[in-house]
Design a protein around this ligand. Structure first.
Ligand code: TYD
Length: 161
């Protein structure tokens, strides 16, 4: 099974993903918890560019897509094949919500790229952790570049989800 956790920043995805990992491990399953961006070594480098450099929505999406491509091919798919349950803190739906609805990147373009790179690896289950934008913003202590995009941006992202 491939399970992903989605939601705006500050919703509590990471916390919930850890609980689910523990829960499944206690049932005897082998579980891997990974994340986007930065689930691989390659991805960690892309993540640092994404969180610091200014860029438009298309470059942003293509960088997330490069990270996702490597993540699927070198980690998610091989681990699923080995029989692990793979949990990912964010996946493709983050790009639809953030770059598509948040930044205005063409949704068909996002879908076409995903069709090419996901190798039919779609989540069996997606947990969307929902929270009002104001509560989320109050929770974030320090903000990275994307989190600094403002309340209207996060509102579009939430509506997109
Ligand atoms: P994340 O690592 O979840 O943030 P944190 O540093 O709080 O753990 O994600 C970093 C940012 O990247 C976050 O604001 C959401 C954004 N993001 C996108 O805009 N598109 C994507 O496809 C992904 C995976 C993340």
């Amino acid at each position: 099974m491939f399970i992903t956790f989605e939601g705006i920043d500050g919703a509590g995805k990471t916390t919930q993903a850890k609980y689910v990992k523990e829960f499944l491990e206690n049932l005897g399953y082998r579980v891997i918890l990974t994340k986007e961006p930065g689930g691989t070594k390659f991805g960690e480098k892309i993540r640092s560019i994404l969180l610091t450099e200014e860029m438009d929505g298309y470059s942003e999406f293509l960088l997330f897509a490069a990270d996702r491509n490597m993540h699927v091919k070198t980690l998610i798919k091989p681990k699923l094949k080995e029989g692990y349950i793979v949990l990912s803190d964010r996946f493709a739906e983050s790009s639809i919500a953030y770059q598509g609805f948040g930044r205005g990147v063409d949704l068909d373009f996002i879908e076409r790229v995903h069709n090419e790179i996901l190798l039919n690896t779609y989540p069996d289950l997606i947990f969307l952790i929902d929270i009002p934008v104001k509560v989320a913003l109050n929770r974030l202590e320090s903000k990275d570049r994307i989190e600094k995009s403002g309340e209207d941006f996060l509102q579009r992202v939430r509506n997109g989800y």
